[in-house]
Ligand binder design. Sequence first.
Ligand code: ADP
Ligand code: MG
Length: 380
Amino acid sequence: MTFQQVFGYEPTVRYSAPGRVNLIGEHTDYNDGYVLPFAIDRRTTSDIAPREDRVIRVASSFDPEGGPVSLSLDDLDPARMDGWSAYVFGIAWALREQAGVDLSDRTGFDVFIDSQVPVGAGLSSSAAIECGVALAFSDLWELGLDRKSLARVGQYSENHAVGAPTGIMDQSASLLGEQDAVVFLDCRTLDTAVVDLALEANGLEVLVVDTRVEHAHATGGYKARRDSCEHGAEVLGVPALRDVTVDDLPRAQELLDDETFRRVRHIVTEDQRVLDTVRTLREQGPRAIGELLLASHASMRDDFEISVPELDLAVSTAVEHGAVGARMTGGGFGGAAIALVDREARDRIAAAVTAAFASAGYREPTVFTVHAAQGARRDA
Ligand code: ADP
Ligand code: MG
C-alpha cells in the first residue's frame, strides 16, 4: 500500500523517524535517573501532503482496514481518537495543548505511515510514528520547535492522547539519535549528550533477539515496579530514587523490606551503571562495557525480577558463544534482549541462540542486527 493508492495522488514530502534500543538504564526513567538509548536503522516513514481544509486524514500499511481515518482540527480531543490513529492525531493535539501552538487557522494534511519497526517488540514503533509526524507538522506549519520540545510533545501525546504512561526516553532517542552514537539522557533535567558508540571502528554490532514473548502481566508488573520505587523513595525521604547513591544502600537495607530494597538496589546500581557506561565509552570504547551490560541483566533478573526464562537464555547463550556483553532491554516480562558481538561472530551467535530456543522448546525468536542511526529527518 502507498500514499498514492490510498489518497489517489502523490505526496509532497516524506519524513522518517527511527525506533530505538536502550543500551542500558532500565526502569530508571520514572525514577528521575539516567538512560542511554540509541536510534536504530529501522524507520517509520510519513508521506504527507497538505490539504486546503481543516481535516487530517491518516492511513497506515499496518492497518488491515487500509482506509484513511479522518479528524478535523476543530475536533482535536483525545476522546475522539482511538486505535493507532491516535499516535498521529495526538501529535496535533499535543502541539496545541502542550506546546501552546494556535491551530485555529491551520489547514490539515493527508498522511500515510509505513514502518520497518516491528510493533510491540520493545523497539518503540510508537515513538517512531510520533517523532516523524511531530517533526513534519512542526516544519509544515513552520512552528520552528527544537527537537527537545518535539520530544516533549511526543511524550505528552503518548501519555494523554494514547494513554500510555511512558517516560521521554523513546522520543529523545528517535529525535536526537546520531549515527553510531548513543543519547545520554538525564530524565530529571532532560539534559542530553550524544556519546560516540564507535561500534563500526571496533568491528562490533548489536544483535537484537526478539523473544516474541509477551506476558499478560506486563502492564500490572510495570505498575507494581513503579509503586515499589515510589514507596522506596518515600521511606528513604527523597523525591526520587535518583537521589539515592550506591553508598546509601546499607542504610536503605535497614529501612526497607527485602523486596522493596531489591527494587531500590536495581534502580540505584543501574543509574550508576549508566554513568559508568558513558565514562567507559568515552575513555575506553565499546569493548569495555560488556561487564556493565551483564551486571545490568543480572540486576533486572534477580533484584527487579522483570526477566523471563527466554530472555535469560538469550543472554547466557550469547555470552557463552563469545558476545562481549548482553542484557534484556525494555520494560521486561518478555520483549527483546541485546547482545554486543564481534561482526564476524554475529551469525554464529545468532544461530546458537536460535538453536538454544529450539532445544528449550521455546517459540523461535526473531534475531537481527541494528546499527545506531540518525534521528528523525526529512527524506524528500
Ligand atoms: P512499541 O512502541 O514497543 O512498538 P507500543 O505499544 O508502544 O509498542 O506501540 C505500538 C502501537 O503503535 C501499535 O499498537 C499501533 O497502535 C501503533 N503503531 C506502531 N507502528 C504503527 C504503524 N506502522 N502504523 C500504525 N500504527 C502503528
Ligand atoms: Mg512504545
